[in-house]
Design a protein around this ligand. Sequence first.
Ligand SMILES: CC(C)(COP(=O)(O)OP(=O)(O)OC[C@H]1O[C@@H](n2cnc3c(N)ncnc32)[C@H](O)[C@@H]1OP(=O)(O)O)[C@@H](O)C(=O)NCCC(=O)NCCS
Length: 188
Amino acid sequence: MAFEIKICKDEKLIPEICKIVNTVYAAHEADLLYYDEVNTRTNETYIKNLMADSELIVAFLNAKPIGTVKMSKSATLGYRGRNEYREIGQLAVLPEYRGKGYGGQLLKFAINDVESRGLKVVLELVHPQSGDHKEKNFLKTWYGQLGFREVKNYKINRLEMPLFDFGNGETGKDVKCPLNFTIFEKSK
Ligand SMILES: CC(C)(COP(=O)(O)OP(=O)(O)OC[C@H]1O[C@@H](n2cnc3c(N)ncnc32)[C@H](O)[C@@H]1OP(=O)(O)O)[C@@H](O)C(=O)NCCC(=O)NCCS
């Protein structure tokens, strides 16, 4: 099996990559946020812009995209316009390819690319204020193991401002439960 990770600028792949992110997040955050046909995690214009700026990373298995991550200028609260940071996000691996190291390789590729340019990495984690969320708990532990430290936490009971780059301006829907919106920075 030929596995490859690269910065992707192939616009023919935009619909497929967009679908990977949207289907993965709709399932992953089904109990946290309202996702539907309109309120999606990303959209094709956003992916196209990431490609144009060399900010989109894709994992290919036998030339088929199976996962992706972005390393964009950050729109997160407190990070807008701070050019020394890049935000790693939209990390998604198709369910049938998980647990084989591809997600870790995507994340490390993005971290290395950002840090090799002398820039700093920031990322966001949305997780419930109460109750257990197996996948989000795993992510918190995993990010910690990779050297990420929590720098800020916002409690969100309703989305009143564009905290997320959904890419379509649709950020006004209620969250499904009270959420923590935690910002992590990677220490070197
Ligand atoms: C997070 C995600 C990208 C990981 O992809 P993956 O290909 O399964 O990742 P890997 O196989 O590289 O595993 C990464 C690490 O987590 C561990 N792991 C993977 N899945 C796990 C799980 N469900 N529970 C506990 N540990 C898990 C692996 O053992 C590995 O640990 P290691 O680096 O110490 O060896 C994938 O699960 C996914 O797309 N999830 C939904 C979207 C998401 O959570 N995105 C991030 C939102 S902030």
